[in-house]
Design a protein around this ligand. Structure first.
Ligand SMILES: [Fe+2]
Ligand SMILES: [Fe+2]
Length: 313
């Protein structure tokens, strides 16, 4: 038998690697990524970890990857400059983590002190931070990782301009305030997961392995925030999915003003990437909604206890 001269397909974290992928190849890779990293058992495991986090806070460990092996050749099927601009935009969205944590504390400390500690840490009687929250510790690694990735790809240092933080107008009802805040957290985690999966579909090798680390942190946060919100507010959460999507669009618009790079994705020549991003945002949401069907109130109460009285009028 003569050995085949056809090159063997290569696999990476996104499934089959194509050196010059078309739209359908990339879509397959996005689907593969969403189905692997947001599989129901993965999301359940991440949610079940939360009661243990309340007892004994601990960070999710990162897998090892070789920083030195990261190179621009590992960018796949997209202009290198555009890819680098989205890495820069990711660093900018991630930058103001202390502000995000402080806002969560303002909403949560009276209602759910354990969740407040998980997100924004512990404070002394004078309100001084004495222990950083696990969520904040995990998030703090992301902006420096994206800056380092940018430097590795472009060969120049990158200093992010932090996004400005938008706060919500306070309502009279505490339940309503908390609910809107939770939806906002979920929306942020959902958009980060989706964008990082898109970056993974357009990369391979050490570059892809590096992006997989913050991405898995975001999946972890998304599962935890979603599960807790479902526990606290039951079915009301999901009557507002449309509102959540609208909030994401608003947030994207707001952050456009903060940076100069990521608007390129919306330019006419890049519509294919816009379509890929729309696909992955929808696919991630679908994974979550499929998982959500299994999150029965009894399971959630088994994990977190009796549901608090947060039902809104
Ligand atoms: Fe993050
Ligand atoms: Fe996150």
């Amino acid at each position: 038998m003569t050995p085949s001269l056809r090159p063997q397909p290569t696999l990476d974290l996104a499934g089959y690697y194509h050196p010059q992928p078309n739209y359908f190849h990339t879509k397959q890779r996005l689907k593969y990524l969403a189905e692997s990293y947001l599989a129901p058992q993965v999301l359940t495991q991440r949610l079940q970890d939360l009661p243990q986090q309340f007892e004994q806070p601990h960070q999710r460990p990162w897998e090892r990857f070789d920083w030195q092996a990261i190179s621009p050749e590992q960018i796949v099927g997209v202009d290198r400059e555009l890819f680098a601009s989205l890495i820069a935009a990711s660093a900018e969205v991630e930058a103001p983590i202390r502000d995000y944590a402080q806002i969560s504390r303002d909403y949560l400390q009276q209602v759910h002190p354990e969740m407040s500690r998980f997100i924004s840490g512990s404070y002394d009687a004078e309100g001084k931070l004495i222990e950083v929250g696990v969520w904040e510790k995990e998030e703090r690694q992301h902006a420096p990782t994206f800056c380092k990735l940018y430097q590795q790809l472009v060969g120049e240092p990158f200093t992010p301009h932090s996004n400005t933080i938008t706060t919500l107008e306070p309502e009279i009802d505490l339940g309503e305030d908390l609910y809107r805040h939770a939806i906002r957290r979920i929306t942020t985690e959902w958009s980060a997961v989706s964008l990082y999966l898109w970056l993974m579909a357009h990369s391979t090798g050490a570059l892809q392995q590096a992006i997989a680390q913050p991405m898995q942190d975001e999946v972890n946060h998304l599962a935890k925030f979603w599960g807790m919100t479902r526990w606290g507010f039951a079915d009301q959460t999901f009557n507002r999915l449309v509102g959540m999507t609208a909030q994401f669009v608003q947030m994207f618009d707001h952050h456009q003003g903060d940076r100069t790079t990521s608007s390129e994705i919306l330019q006419i020549g890049n519509l294919r990437y816009g379509a890929e991003l729309a696909y992955i945002f929808t696919r991630v949401l679908r994974q979550i909604c499929d998982w959500n069907k299994h999150l029965q109130p009894e399971i959630l109460e088994g994990l977190f206890g009796l549901r608090p009285r947060l039902r809104m009028a």
